[in-house]
Design a protein around this ligand. Structure first.
Ligand code: ATP
Length: 368
């Protein structure tokens, strides 16, 4: 029997470049928490296999209790694995001593949902803290903190205290502090969950900048699919302590396979029929009905003038009922609901034309 093909060998075999070296690797990782006061133990993670490629932004999404916090806390030694191995830059950190972890944490920064700033310290002093702990000379600390406050756009707030800042500004301080020791990896624990949508966008843009300009690999956990859609190159979906699906963000969001992924994805790619039509949708057509089609556009097709061509070339009236066009991981993606005559040969001609463009088309019902 042939040896199993490594995922990268398969990628290369079908013409896709191999993934960059993983900077973090989970190998069959499990975590069991002992039960408290007579309660049974909790298996928070089981059989986790996950690679975080160097230079990527990888998101882990799951509902409350799925195991996200436990997973990310294993990467900086705040929790210890019960089974399996975790490799960071090729080093097996599973059995590291506390002193070993202290050194490791300098290469792994972390930001938190509630920022975890010290309220008695100014912005400058919060960012300086990890450098003070590392014994960095004062002049170097000043230069580094000033550089980081410039990067996160808070140079004018250096003498302010956390209580004088907005949530977004506090998270910017958190990011500057996490980057103080020039880590290779930034761990983000629900970093935008306490922020409004606009502030979330600005923090995500900053994280992307940190990733692209400083080359920092980012592993984030979230329960919000828009965060994944906005900045992640790859995504893993976690449920009940297990990864149920993993892959590049565009494929996962446009062709979800696991029902949990599909439910998350619905929120960012789904389009609903207007209520007055949804209530009248029937599966079997009656004479004179229109067929309602869902057309999914991906990549280059997303911006093609398909609908106007259908009308002009095939001569069929197409009514647009609802739609959205968006970007997922920087690539265009659209979904459109249209109605066309349900009779032949018109319907067959429309379906044939759409399929010839390699668009995904489904008839979702009929309306009068
Ligand atoms: N210290 C602990 N002791 C016992 N059980 C724990 C401990 N930490 C987490 N758990 C349990 O492990 C499971 C996973 O928890 P975890 O916090 O990792 O999930 P999560 O996906 O981060 O959830 P949330 O989004 O609500 O923070 C849950 O059943 C939780 O109750």
């Amino acid at each position: 029997m042939n040896a199993p093909l490594k995922p990268d060998a398969f990628r290369v075999g079908i013409g896709i470049p191999p993934l960059p070296e993983p900077i973090i690797r989970f190998e069959r990782v499990g975590k069991v928490f002992a039960g408290r006061r007579g309660q049974s133990e909790v298996e928070a993670l089981a059989g986790i296999d996950l690679d975080v490629p160097k230079g990527a932004i990888v998101g882990v999404i799951g509902r409350s209790g799925a195991g996200k916090s436990t997973l990310i806390r294993l990467v900086n030694g705040l929790e210890r694995a019960s089974s399996g191995r975790i490799l960071i830059e090729g080093e097996d950190v599973t059995g590291l001593s506390e002193a070993g972890w202290r050194a490791r944490r300098r290469t792994t920064g972390m930001i938190f949902q509630h920022f975890n700033l010290l309220s008695s310290r100014t912005v400058f002093d919060n960012v300086a803290l990890p450098l003070e702990i590392a014994g960095t000379p004062k002049a170097e600390i000043t230069a580094q903190v000033e550089r980081l406050l410039d990067l996160v756009g808070l140079a004018d707030k250096r003498e302010r205290y956390p209580a004088e800042l907005s949530g977004g500004q506090k998270q910017r301080v958190g990011i500057a502090r996490a980057l103080a020791t020039e880590p290779k990896v930034l761990l983000c624990d629900e970093a935008t969950s306490a922020l409004d949508p606009e502030t979330t966008q600005s923090i995500l843009a900053l994280l992307k900048q940190v990733n692209r300009e400083l080359g920092v690999t980012i592993l984030l956990i979230t329960h919000e699919i828009p965060v994944i859609k906005e900045i992640c190159d790859r995504v893993a979906v976690i449920e009940g302590g297990r990864i149920v699906e993993e892959g590049d963000t565009f494929s996962m969001l446009t062709q979800p396979k696991h029902p949990t992924t599909a439910r998350f994805v619905e929120a960012v790619t789904g389009v609903d029929l207007p209520a007055h039509l949804a209530g009248r949708l029937r599966s079997e057509p009656r004479s004179g009905d229109a067929a309602v089609l869902r057309i999914t556009f991906t990549g280059e097709n997303a911006t093609a003038p398909v609908i106007s061509r259908l009308s002009s070339i095939i001569g069929v009236d197409v009514n647009i009922l609802a739609g959205r066009i968006d970007a997922i991981a920087g690539k265009p993606f659209g979904s459109l609901l249209v109605s066309v005559p349900a009779r032949e040969p018109e319907l067959g001609a429309v379906l044939g034309a759409l399929k010839s463009l390699e668009l995904k088309v489904e008839v979702i019902g009929h309306v009068a």
